[in-house]
Design a protein around this ligand. Structure first.
Ligand code: APR
Ligand code: ZN
Length: 266
């Protein structure tokens, strides 16, 4: 490819992206019920690796640690990896500009609900007040026998596996393991919000895990428009997007908020 055509292609993509950002900002301003649907990709810029794709956690660790039978049969092995991934590593992460941007959209009265597959609590820490945790949360833990609830700050992670101080049984994080069902209240709210939205902003998900990956299709089937942000050209980019913004969530959300403020003459 000649030097000129390479630059003209880059310039074309750059101009195209600006056009799409403006279009997406206009859709957000004109929507009456915008919801967001997020996955691990929105937390990558907080230092939390995704599960799949480049640098994915499942490339390094065996997802079997989140299998319920394995967890009960090998509590120490499972808890050693779970603690490393979800309490040691995740625990130190802060919200990034993408999380903060979604909180700003809520403050601007433009975003209603965030349906997230993430368990890292970063949307809440950024300031979103209506967050549905489709896969539960790492913030609380529960005894597998007496159902006593614990906040993660009450737990002494220096002694693993984590055991209940009430009945001595195994304690597990309050996020779902692969063979577990979606928390019923979160499931019902997510379906309701997906079907009530007239615009859905999908950020940073591979769409590989059911039933979470049906959320955009529920919205689309009820007539919602879809804007997707992802670094990779992935399955949603073909199926149902009205606008696909390829890039890092932090950069794109920052551009979107700037464009919205410009269009609102702020
Ligand atoms: N900005 C935007 N998108 C990004 C970024 C970024 N900075 N970095 C990565 N991505 C995209 C990747 O291209 C990928 O499509 O984020 C997506 C992450 O996909 P997954 O790692 O599969 O995460 P997710 O879709 O949330 O996985 C769903 O799988 O293991 C289970 O319970 C776990 O909730 C998780 C579920
Ligand atoms: Zn107990």
């Amino acid at each position: 490819m000649s030097k000129y055509s390479k630059y003209s292609r880059f310039f074309h993509i750059f101009v195209q992206m600006d056009k799409y950002i403006t279009e997406a900002a206009q859709k957000i301003l004109h929507s009456s019920h915008l919801n967001a649907f997020t996955g691990a990709g929105i937390s990558v810029e907080s230092g939390i690796p995704p599960f799949r794709g480049e640098g994915g956690l499942w490339n390094t660790y065996d997802p079997i640690v989140l299998d319920l039978d394995y967890f009960h049969q090998n509590p120490l092995e499972a808890w050693t990896v779970i603690h490393k991934l979800f309490y040691d590593f995740f625990g130190k992460a802060d919200p990034n500009v993408a999380h903060i941007g979604l909180a700003e959209l809520e403050k601007m009265g433009l975003l209603k609900t965030v349906i997230t597959q993430n368990i890292d609590n970063l949307h809440q820490e950024a300031g979103n007040t209506d967050v549905v945790e489709f896969h539960g949360t790492a913030q609380t833990l529960v005894c597998t026998s007496c159902n006593k609830k614990f906040n993660k700050n009450e737990i002494d992670f220096s002694s693993l596996p984590v055991q209940c101080n009430h009945c001595n049984s195994l304690v597990k994080p309050d996020f779902i393991f692969f063979s577990e069902g979606i928390p019923p209240v979160a499931y019902a709210r997510s379906v309701h919000e997906a079907e009530s939205a007239d615009l859905l902003l999908i950020i940073g998900t591979s769409g590989e895990v059911m039933p979470a990956s049906m959320i955009p299709h529920l919205a689309k089937n009820k007539g919602a428009q879809i804007i997707e942000i992802n670094t990779d050209d992935n399955i949603y980019a073909h199926a149902s997007n009205d606008i696909f913004l390829q890039g890092k969530a932090g950069e794109i959300i920052t551009k979107l908020i700037h464009e919205i403020k410009t269009l609102r003459n702020e």
